[in-house]
Design a protein. Structure first.
Length: 115
């Protein structure tokens, strides 16, 4: 059974940092598509950053230079380092992995950026 669990969210002041983790079980990371998405209240879920099957990394324009996506394949864990956080980064953050032609999602972790 495939399971993704995010952690590391919380309340942080503007300019602060958080590191999100996504622990995967039931799969082997390998060369699978994986990424971080977020959904703010009243808005659609949007891509934040992803790693394609070929290893290319993409970021949405609003987080370039501030966020870094990485993976620890031996630990089946995906990370999102978030620096210089802004109030508009407030959202529920989800990780996703495409494995055996199916998309799997975690339950999400809340990130709130506020003073």
């Amino acid at each position: 059974q495939v399971q993704l669990v995010e952690s590391g969210g919380g309340l942080v002041q503007p300019g602060g940092s958080l590191r999100l983790s996504c622990a995967a079980s039931g799969i082997i990371f390998g060369r699978n598509y994986m990424g971080w998405y977020r959904q703010a209240p009243g808005k659609q879920r949007e891509l934040v950053a992803d790693i394609t099957r070929s290893g290319n990394i993409n970021y949405v324009a609003s987080v370039k230079g501030r966020f870094t996506i990485s993976r620890a394949g031996d630990k089946n864990t995906l990370f999102l380092q978030m620096n210089s956080l802004r109030p508009e980064d407030t959202a529920v953050y989800y990780c996703t992995v495409n494995y055996a032609y199916q998309n799997y999602w975690g339950p999400g972790t809340q990130v709130t950026v506020s003073s």
